[in-house]
Design a protein around this ligand. Structure first.
Ligand SMILES: NC(=O)c1ccc[n+]([C@@H]2O[C@H](COP(=O)([O-])OP(=O)(O)OC[C@H]3O[C@@H](n4cnc5c(N)ncnc54)[C@H](OP(=O)(O)O)[C@@H]3O)[C@@H](O)[C@H]2O)c1
Length: 336
């Protein structure tokens, strides 16, 4: 084991896009676990749009990362040293280890013995990403067979799973993504009925044509003009599952609400924001159902893996430029 632990520290709050100098790569000695603690070596770090929210000091769903702290991040690692009776060297654990190679913890989720998928699956479809899609669509979207479901950021981590769940529930599923190549992938590999490139000049007309019976459920990952185009087409009693607003996470100024807000009133629609951590008590239900679908091949998943801790800020930017398909992970070291 090396003597030093490399870590990304939040050096200042980004203004707009994340810039060089907002995060700093530093070294610190690898800590020794105290009684009740264990030391894990991180294998995979989850890179998520919400990392950008955590860097800001806007009002949010958990405390922002403080200046000078190790950047927060979800991790999957292997226990190397332990002074905790519940964890032993070699255990695979997931938790919030942060943007660093080694992390001390006294609590983490242990990968169960029956976990037999490749490790990245537990950081994507079987992790928070899959749970977000599962609870958001099924609990809030309440899909019924024959309804039309629209999913933005459809080639991404959450969106690609949402669309497949919608197909399992018998919906007509229309994805929205940022390139023709991503749209082909979403239809051909994930089985969506259609996928539209939001960069097309005729996007609004294409959305009309792809949703001839209007829109019953919008799984909203993006916001901005895409949300407005969707709201213009919602049906009576539509459900808008407000999962994310990535189009505005890098905004420098206050963002106006949707222009088509009145549609929520006219169509007696239900819009509900949610955060996946609200559903932690129901993770077992998700795990049991999703593992069956993934193992039987009914739900597929995709990952984009970038290697090397030093790449973390550049890799995170891929989420905002559309450089990823499926779940974006940073691999810090080899799997055991
Ligand atoms: N509520 C929760 O608990 C929860 C949990 C997880 C994630 N989320 C939210 O879910 C959304 C998706 O997250 P994810 O982890 O699955 O990321 P992701 O979809 O894998 O990656 C983000 C994608 O968003 C698209 N995008 C970025 N900027 C955009 C813009 N200005 N306009 C349109 N599309 C843009 C890009 O795809 P294109 O190439 O298609 O543009 C990019 O690949 C995010 O809003 C995230 O904050 C919420």
């Amino acid at each position: 084991m090396p003597a030093m632990n490399r870590q990304w520290i939040l050096a200042r709050r980004p203004v707009g896009d994340i810039a060089a100098g907002d995060l700093e790569l530093r070294e610190a000695p690898i800590p020794e676990p105290a009684e009740g603690e264990f030391l894990a070596r991180t294998i995979y770090l989850s890179l998520d749009p919400t990392n950008r929210i955590w860097m800001s000091d806007q009002d949010q769903y958990m405390p922002p990362v403080n200046i000078g702290e190790v950047m927060r991040g979800g991790t999957l690692g292997v226990v190397e040293r332990s002074c905790h009776p519940g964890f032993k060297p070699g255990d695979i654990v997931s938790g919030i280890g942060g943007w660093q190679e080694y992390a001390l913890a006294h609590v983490a989720q242990k990968l169960p013995a029956q976990a037999n998928l490749p490790l990245p699956a537990y950081m994507s479809v079987m992790g928070m990403t899959g749970a977000t899609a599962y609870f958001g669509l099924l609990d809030i979207g309440k899909p019924q067979a024959g309804e039309t479901l629209v999913v933005s950021a459809a080639a991404g981590a959450v969106g690609s799973i949402v669309g497949q769940l919608g197909k399992l529930k018998g919906c007509h599923v229309v994805g929205i993504a940022g390139s023709d190549q991503k749209c082909r992938h979403v239809v051909e590999d994930f089985g969506f009925d259609a996928c539209l490139n939001y960069r097309s000049a005729s996007f609004a007309q294409e959305l009309n044509a792809a949703c001839p019976r209007g829109i019953d459920i919008d799984f909203e990952n993006v916001g901005g003009t895409i949300l407005d185009d969707i709201l213009a087409r919602i049906n009576l009693r539509a459900r808008i599952v407000l999962c994310g607003l990535i189009a505005s996470y890098n905004a420098k100024n206050p963002v106006p609400g949707p222009y088509n807000f009145a549609q929520l009133l006219m169509k007696r629609a239900h819009l509900e924001g949610f955060i996946v951590s609200d559903y932690m008590r129901r993770m077992k239900e998700f795990w049991n159902e999703m593992s069956g679908w993934v193992e039987s091949g009914q739900i597929k998943y995709d990952v984009t893996i970038v290697r090397g801790l030093e790449q973390a800020p550049d890799a995170l930017r891929l989420l905002f430029t559309g450089g990823n398909t499926g779940k974006l992970l940073l691999q810090l070291g080899d799997e055991p």
